[in-house]
Design a binder for this molecule. Structure first.
Ligand SMILES: NC(=O)c1ccc[n+]([C@@H]2O[C@H](COP(=O)([O-])OP(=O)(O)OC[C@H]3O[C@@H](n4cnc5c(N)ncnc54)[C@H](O)[C@@H]3O)[C@@H](O)[C@H]2O)c1
Length: 313
């Protein structure tokens, strides 16, 4: 009883080197042919190369998810090339930003636009293609823990991820009559595990941001006397019951299963792979990581990356 996506064709939007690339790789490793979109053509091509060096089949379909003609264009390209589309992962998003006192209208507008039109236009045109061709497809929107609860310093992100969550439930109702499923997956600050990303940016996987871009949530970015801190900066208690919120590989396993026929009746739902982080009551502080048994070993997907890393050690 193996989960298999053999014969299925997937489109993953925003297939940048972290979560998008991880999901695209997972879909390929489970047998799907994958079309990797990104507004950054190099990011899309890099995701394709990662899939190919792991033995999968992929093409790059660069484009802006907010541009309807471009969405229709890359959908057509995928259909001409592979004859069908069974899976859509709406992953593209603008991360970061600032708090409500400091965010600019331009950033807020664009961040909301990428999430809103990205999810809408891709779900509309690819869902319509699936419906017209009798394909009982699976659509997965990538949300965030910030879509379910509040953090300081990410007001645009909180707004659009909250929107994504109910978009999924409504789109699930629209597409249920066609046998097409719509669900969300909620990442919770996974630890990057793409070897190329780590080689380029270090273990955290993020480029060091200038002070001015660090959230604007309190005294850190402003010297005004009225500013108050919004984030605890002292020693941190353990936050995650199982000690880790996992990696993009963990996300990929879950999304691949969600796109398989095993989940044929799952629609309008949200999934987390977060070591219990979201289930935790606010007043409960988990044990220290060193005292935990830890999760079962990760089943790796980037096999050549693992081998390369072992060889270079
Ligand atoms: N990294 C995290 O800790 C985290 C946590 C929770 C949720 N998420 C979500 O996971 C997803 C991926 O996050 P990530 O960490 O890999 O971020 P990322 O910034 O590395 O990837 C997002 C990609 O989307 C692309 N993109 C942006 N605008 C686009 C557009 N208009 N058209 C096409 N592509 C566009 C970017 O170029 C980028 O490659 C996002 O939806 C994000 O909100 C991430």
């Amino acid at each position: 009883m193996d989960v298999s996506l053999a014969g299925k064709v997937a489109i993953v939007t925003g297939a940048g080197p972290n979560i998008g690339s991880g999901i695209a790789l997972a879909l390929a490793k489970y047998g799907a042919t994958v079309a990797c979109n990104d507004i950054d053509a190099d990011a899309a091509k890099t995701a394709v190369k990662r899939i190919e060096r792991n033995g999968g089949t992929a093409i790059a379909i660069p484009g802006d998810v907010t541009d309807e003609e471009q969405v229709k264009g890359y959908l057509q390209e995928v259909v001409e090339r592979f004859g069908r589309v069974d899976i859509l992962v709406n992953n593209a998003a603008l991360l970061g930003g600032k708090g409500v006192l400091d965010e600019s209208a331009d950033f807020f507008r664009r961040a909301v636009e990428v999430a809103a039109l990205g999810n809408f236009l891709n779900t509309k045109h690819i869902g319509r293609y699936m419906a017209e061709h009798g394909i009982r497809g699976s659509i997965v929107a990538i949300s965030s823990s910030n879509g379910w609860s509040g953090s300081a310093g990410v007001i645009a992100y909180a707004f659009h991820k909250g929107g994504v969550n109910n978009f999924v439930r409504a789109a699930a109702m629209d597409l249920a009559p066609y046998g097409i499923r719509v669900n969300s997956f909620t990442p919770t600050a996974p630890t990057p595990d793409n070897p190329e990303l780590i080689a380029e940016r270090g273990a955290g996987g993020v480029l060091e941001r200038p002070q001015a871009f660090r959230h604007g949530i309190g005294g850190a970015t402003g010297t005004e006397s009225w500013r108050r801190p919004a984030r605890w900066t002292g020693e941190r208690m353990p936050l995650v019951p199982m000690g880790t919120t996992g990696t993009p590989t963990d996300i990929g396993h879950c999304v691949a299963w969600l796109c398989s026929d095993y989940s044929r009746l799952i629609t309008g739902c949200d999934f987390v792979v977060d070591g219990g982080a979201r289930a935790k009551n606010f007043a409960y502080a988990p044990a220290a990581v060193a005292d935990l048994a830890g999760p079962a070993p990760l089943v790796p997907l980037d096999v050549t990356g693992e081998l390369d890393r072992e060889l270079s050690m």
